[in-house]
Write a protein that binds this ligand. Structure first.
Ligand code: PLP
Length: 444
């Protein structure tokens, strides 16, 4: 009997015992092609030796030194690496143990920034429906996933949500992408006016929506207009790139493709690629200088911030991405995977949309392609797909997106950047069988 409190205690999970490139092997010797990088984490696969060696070397030198007493070489080098490549204006980094902590940190930095400026009346964050920012209470408060929030609603910060930029479902047929982007970005302005702009701290958004919708990028111009509104009303823009950052979309930061820079940017998953638990919050010079020039210290902190071994692992991951030109590989394999998905599912009666960027791709399943009618959420089509894919030896990341009856089940694909051409075919083949079997099951 397991002593672990598993996410779904009724489910019996296979035991993962080994990794080999993009495959995970269980205790029975069965191989699973990791087409989702776990939850968009494992960008280098599961046995990348240079990263393992870098972690071992750091463990031999110094596993950990509390940041209340010391800085350390790996965290300084990793910060330098990230800031050298970061969007303009981001100048400092705070290293954490994961994505939720990174978002908590961003929220608190944002609040302290205005506190230092004497604008203590600012208390609201605006975020988007159908978003996910983590499971700690602050991150959950801004998240827009009703299923995750429901139990905790009474103890969450009040939330102010606007629509996501979700063209497949929300753009009207008569509307151009640009017009739709403007209309939906302007919801931010309307919410600011409703709340009173000088009561708002910032706007939080995933640059490309991951788990809740399944790899949904914004339409062109959306984030430019968002940035404009934030500047006009003096609020901060916080981009959550926990899932979409670190090369997943083909550029190191997903917002590089939007030609904007946020005031705070969070990343995690692909930062350490699963070799170590690590997240980061990148901070603009403006915010840093205001806090340092004010009370002088950020009122925050965790025991494992700037963890030397975690930073050494993440530095090796990031150096590998660069040394092996893996961003180019993301573009190349992402193109191949998109083309293969379109060929296999482009006319499928139950696949309404194929979308995403780089190796961050999503399929949305619909009962009826013409009307975009989602499947009944009670059928849990996404759970069938996950189960059947695992039977096939394929890891994919399905989600039931239905919120207000306006999103279908989806499958998120986020394979390691090192996948080969034949593995692209393996993903589509196995996914195809898993989807067909699942459709038969839910109709039975
Ligand atoms: N933000 C986004 C966009 C995420 O996808 C996730 C995790 O899936 C998080 C934040 C939370 O990260 P973590 O699970 O590492 O706390």
């Amino acid at each position: 009997m397991t002593r672990i409190l598993h996410r779904d205690p009724k489910q019996t999970l296979p035991t993962a015992v080994a990794g080999s490139g993009p495959y995970i092997i269980d205790a029975e010797g069965k191989r699973y092609l990791d087409a989702s990088g776990g939850a968009a984490v494992s960008c280098l696969g599961h046995s990348y030796k240079p990263v393992v060696e870098a972690i071992k070397a750091q463990l031999d030198r110094l596993p950990y030194a509390h940041t209340g007493f010391f800085t350390n070489e790996p965290s300084e080098a990793l910060a330098e690496h990230l800031i050298d490549r970061a969007p303009e204006g981001l100048e400092k980094v705070y290293f954490l143990s994961g994505g939720s902590e990174a978002n908590e940190t961003a929220l608190k930095l944002a609040r302290q920034y205005f506190h230092e400026k004497g604008e203590t009346q600012r208390r609201w964050f605006i975020s988007r429906r159908q978003s996910y920012h983590g499971n700690t209470l602050g991150a959950l408060s801004i998240g827009g996933n009703p299923g995750r929030r429901a139990v905790y609603e009474p103890i969450l910060m009040p939330a102010h949500h606007i629509a996501p930029c979700y063209a497949y479902r929300e753009r009207q047929d008569t509307e151009s992408e640009e017009a739709y982007g403007l209309r939906v970005a302007n919801e931010l302005e309307a919410m600011l006016q409703q709340l009173g702009p000088d009561t708002v701290i910032g706007f939080v958004a995933e640059t490309v929506v991951g788990a809740t919708l399944g790899a949904v990028p914004a339409v062109p111009g959306y984030f430019k207009r968002v940035r404009e509104i934030c500047d006009q009303y003096g609020i901060l823009l916080i981009l959550d790139e926990v899932m979409s950052g670190m090369g997943r979309t083909g550029t190191l930061f997903a917002c590089d493709q939007e030609s904007i820079a946020p005031d705070l940017l969070t990343c995690a998953k692909g930062l350490g690629a699963g070799y170590q638990p690590i997240g980061a919050c990148l901070i603009s010079g403006k915010i840093h200088d205001t806090i340092v020039g004010g009370s002088g210290a950020f009122q925050h902190g965790f025991t494992y911030i700037g963890h030397a071994t975690a930073c050494a692992g993440a530095l090796a991951v990031q150096q590998t991405i660069e040394r092996e030109s893996l961003l180019d590989q993301v573009g190349k394999r992402g193109g191949e995977l998109t083309a293969a998905l379109i060929e296999r599912f482009g006319k499928h009666p139950n696949i309404g949309d194929i979308r995403g960027r780089g190796l961050f791709l999503g399929l949305e399943l619909v009962e009826d392609r013409a009307s975009k009618q989602p499947f009944d959420p009670a059928l849990k089509l996404h759970a069938h797909i996950k189960h059947n894919a695992m039977q096939e030896g394929l890891m994919c990341y399905p989600g039931g997106g239905t919120v207000d009856g306006r999103a279908g089940d989806h499958v998120l694909l986020a394979p390691p950047y090192i996948i080969e051409e034949e593995q692209v075919a393996e993903i589509v083949d196995k996914l195809g069988r898993a989807i067909e079997r699942s459709l038969t099951e839910v109709r039975a």
